[in-house]
Design a protein around this ligand. Structure first.
Ligand code: DC
Length: 230
């Protein structure tokens, strides 16, 4: 199927399968996939490692904002796709721990952190043929995105998916903790002052509670066909 040089923005709640869907879109359409959450996670990991987040989860915003001036977080291309780096170190694994998941939303509310990440994302997206997922891609990062998708799914299904993902990468976690973490992140993400998670007016809702990835691909292909023809 021919797909024009468009930007596809995918936003939605935690663990609705945004990145799995976006990765498959990138593969099928030869698009660049960028995971904006990975950038927020990397900033959070950096802050945790440097003692900028207390045991209780309070963020030392002043120190973090200062550090952002010289912080090098970027995506780098490997043979098997894109990876997230802090300086020279690939942090793909370390940013997926429950520790980072617990601290990331409070870090992502900080306006300077959002500005830091947004600037990088806009730069990466400049070339077009991009699919990017996150919380504010269709509202703030790419308000002119050609296709905007807002993903939702049942809470329990989301927690099951995340749990499976964590176990597959060797992390132990229980259902209740994962569900509580999802709900708390949803709340913080959609109630923060700067670029809260919300459905863009021109976004199409995709509820994938009972859909496979193949179903979702059929869905987006039909959407693209209806807008751009064959
Ligand atoms: O998609 P994720 O779970 O990896 O995202 C991690 C956190 O980053 C999420 O809880 C909120 C934040 N985030 C954000 O505020 N804006 C984005 N565009 C992407 C992620």
């Amino acid at each position: 199927m021919h797909v024009p040089d468009i930007i596809i923005a995918i936003d939605g709640y935690s663990s609705t399968g945004k990145s799995s869907f976006a990765k498959l879109i990138a593969k099928e359409f030869s698009f660049l996939y960028l995971d904006s959450g990975a950038m927020y996670r990397a900033v959070t990991l950096f802050a945790m490692r440097n003692g900028m987040i207390s045991e209780e989860g309070a963020v030392d915003t002043g120190s973090l904002n200062d550090a952002l001036q010289s912080l090098d977080i970027h995506f780098g291309k490997g043979a098997d796709g894109w990876h997230t780096f802090i300086g020279e170190e690939c942090v793909d694994q370390d940013i997926r721990t429950i520790g980072v998941s617990s601290n990331v939303s409070p870090v992502a509310v900080i306006p300077e952190v959002r500005r830091y990440v947004d600037t990088k994302l806009v730069e990466y997206g400049r070339a077009g043929r991009v699919v990017m997922d996150g919380r504010d891609i269709g509202t703030t990062v790419f308000p002119n995105a050609d296709i905007k998708i807002f993903m939702v799914a049942d809470d329990n299904v989301r927690a099951e998916r995340r749990l499976k993902e964590m176990r597959a990468s060797g992390q132990e976690a229980d259902f209740a903790t994962v569900l509580a973490n999802l709900k708390s992140r949803d709340y913080i993400d959609s109630h923060r002052e700067t670029s809260p998670l919300r459905q863009a007016e021109d976004a199409v809702v995709l509820d994938n509670t009972d859909m496979t990835l193949e179903d979702q691909m059929e869905w987006i292909k039909a959407l693209i066909k209806s807008r751009y023809g064959e």
